[in-house]
Ligand binder design. Structure first.
Ligand code: GDP
Length: 593
């Protein structure tokens, strides 16, 4: 086998491949491949597609001296959508830029400095909770910034953020250097195939070391221009604003080099980046336009929801006449709440919009969505694998983005012993339905930035449903962690207290031994547990019921002292001279995750 692999050729194949194509790539007759598939119980014809795992097994069986590996494409690493294809009438559009990097390296500060605003202070917990976007003008040109959440708990959103962007600014604090989340951000950006600009931030600080950052970048496959690579690293300070104009210039330069374009005169399409319900306005969505123009009165479909656009606003809430490519807009008029990450597009009329949304809704229902709870789920709840202790929870959040983030963070805590089971999730206040579901599935309801109406509170009290509401995501996560920890089987911890070597045996019955000996280590007191050892073999466990120093009862005896011990046994142990008695304390300790 090792000889084979030494000489084996490796070919890359797609995630799904037709039998015919695979035979071609392997340079074997297709009949041979079909025959091998049949031997393995796979009935596939030449035009049928098989998945990579099947292909791998079959190729191994064929013993061709060929290894296959999965072609790493954006599709099979992160959920990339196909971006709209522009025609030859396409015109230049603003770039869409996201800022990523390690926590506390200054993403929010940098976005604020660019925007000339100060939103950091307003956030609960000091982290950006929702994805959002804004546009700025620099040198009479527009740049769109996605305000992507910054904490590791928001990996899911960051992935989506990367899909929307043309350029990712990776912020690295000059005094701290590259950290795990920086590496993760680099990975995201590379996988999504977007341009990277590195902003080496906090250069005003003592200990700032730009060269070290550059060195670390090269160690992480990001080679900067001055060292022969194609990534630009710019020194900036979000605090003093030094370097920010140069950073914006660089964004525009990359935009020109990349020739970012879009069709303006086509029906609009794009992506929903945030959605929530507002009192008096109903479902409100924030969307990024990728192609075309969007106007009030247009009919749009977004996933399983549709709208006749009622109000169109910029992200700072000002009414706008039309939205154009790369512009983030706020849309009202949706019949139901669209989902974060839904693609939207303008269609001809209401009927078309309704039909398209219904079709998507049907498809969604037939898929096994993790947030859908149906009878199957309930059966699974009841018959769940007893080895794995699960904590049933229902999550409610104010917006879809937070909901996804909370679920992802909680799922990340799963271990082999304990896991979170999301039996329900949704956007909006804690409803009576949630309480009912919590009641029948014995779940805890966690609310993030949502309330529970007074009427539901009564129901919660009556049914003893645990409802916990949070404004700070870490606190919510910590609470779930505590609950999960309680499900862990407690650990038994033994602490050795002392040792004694037996010098004489005075009495032995089935249940009692009285002996004398010398304490060789630590101290011995009663009552305590002990083990009798003979040449490293455990003869049995006993209980120390009394300790004597000479004829007198002693509280404790210490190393070097001679003493008498009264021992209680459950089975007869024939104690002998030179046996060892190890005295220990045993306690159960609740483990923590
Ligand atoms: P984030 O977690 O990446 O969004 O980081 P923040 O923007 O919240 O910044 C983290 C901390 O670093 C805050 O206390 C900021 O005031 C500080 N900070 C950010 N940028 C700079 C900078 O350029 N210079 C200095 N001295 N401090 C900065």
């Amino acid at each position: 086998m090792s000889e084979d692999t030494a000489e084996a050729t490796t070919i890359e194949i797609e995630d799904m491949i037709t039998v015919g194509t695979l035979a071609d790539r392997l340079s074997i007759p297709v009949t041979r491949l079909i025959g091998e598939l049949m031997k393995n119980g796979v009935m596939a014809t030449v035009n049928e597609r098989i998945d990579f795992d099947t292909a791998q097994i079959i190729v191994e069986e064929l013993e061709l001296g060929i290894n296959i590996t999965k072609k790493v494409t954006a599709e099979n690493t992160i959920p990339v959508r196909s971006k709209p294809v522009s025609s030859d009438k396409a015109k230049a559009r603003p770039p869409v830029v996201a800022v990523m990097g390690h926590v506390d390296h200054g993403k929010t500060s940098l976005l604020d400095a660019i925007r000339g605003a100060d939103v950091v202070k307003g956030e609960a917990g000091g982290i950006t909770q929702h994805i959002s976007a804004y546009q700025i003008e620099h040198n009479k040109r527009i740049i769109t910034f996605l305000d992507t959440p910054g904490h590791e708990a928001f990996a899911a959103i960051r992935e989506h953020g990367a899909l929307l962007t043309d350029i990712v600014i990776i912020v690295v604090a000059a005094d701290d250097g590259i950290k795990p989340q920086t590496v993760e951000a680099i990975r995201f950006a590379k996988k999504a195939g977007v341009k990277i600009i590195v902003a080496v931030n906090k250069i005003d600080k003592e200990g700032a070391d730009i060269n070290r950052v550059k060195q670390q970048l090269s160690e992480n496959d990001v080679l900067i221009e001055e060292w022969g690579g194609d990534t630009v690293a710019l020194p900036v300070s979000a605090k003093t604003k030094e370097g920010i104009p140069a950073l914006l210039d660089m964004i525009l330069l990359v935009t020109d080099i990349e020739e970012l374009k879009a069709d303006f005169d086509v029906p609009a399409q794009g992506l929903v980046i945030e959605a929530h319900v507002e009192q008096g306005r109903g479902p409100v969505a924030q969307a990024l336009i990728e192609e075309g123009k969007l106007k009030a009165g247009d009919f749009i479909v977004a996933g399983s929801s549709y709208a006749k656009v009622r109000n169109l606003e910029s992200t700072d809430g000002k009414p706008i006449k039309e939205g154009t490519p790369s512009m983030p807009v706020i849309i009202t008029g949706f019949k139901t709440l669209p989902q974060f990450g839904d693609e939207f597009k303008v269609v001809g009329n209401e009927k078309e919009a309704r039909n398209a949304s219904e079709k998507t809704a049907e498809e969604k229902n037939t898929r096994d969505g993790r947030m859908d709870i149906g009878s199957n789920e309930l059966i699974r709840l009841i018959n769940r694998d007893k080895k794995l202790q699960e904590l049933n929870i229902i999550i409610k959040a104010d917006v879809q983005g937070s909901l996804t983030s909370v679920i992802d963070s909680l799922k990340a805590m799963d271990t082999e012993e304990v896991a979170v089971r999301v039996v329900g999730a949704g956007v909006g206040p804690v409803s009576e339905n949630d309480l009912y579901l919590a009641h029948i599935s014995n779940a805890i309801i966690y609310g993030f930035n949502v309330e529970i109406p007074a009427s539901s509170k009564q129901q919660a009290n009556r049914d003893k449903v645990r409802v916990r509401l949070y404004k700070v995501i870490y606190e919510l996560i910590d609470d779930v962690k505590e609950e999960l920890s309680d499900l862990l089987i407690p650990e038994i911890v033994e602490t050795e207290l002392g040792r004694l070597i037996v010098k004489g045996i005075f009495k032995t019955t089935k249940t009692e031994i009285i002996c004398g000996g010398e304490v060789t280590k630590g101290k011995i007191s009663a009552p305590a547990l002990a083990r009798v050892m003979r040449n490293d073999e455990v003869l049995g466990e006993i209980e120390v019921t009394g300790v004597r120093r000479g004829p007198v009862e002693a509280k404790e005896v210490i190393e070097g002292e001679m003493c008498g011990l009264s021992l209680k046994t459950t089975k007869r142990i024939e104690l002998m001279e030179n046996d060892k008695i190890e005295v220990f304390a045993r306690e159960t300790v609740q483990r923590k995750l």
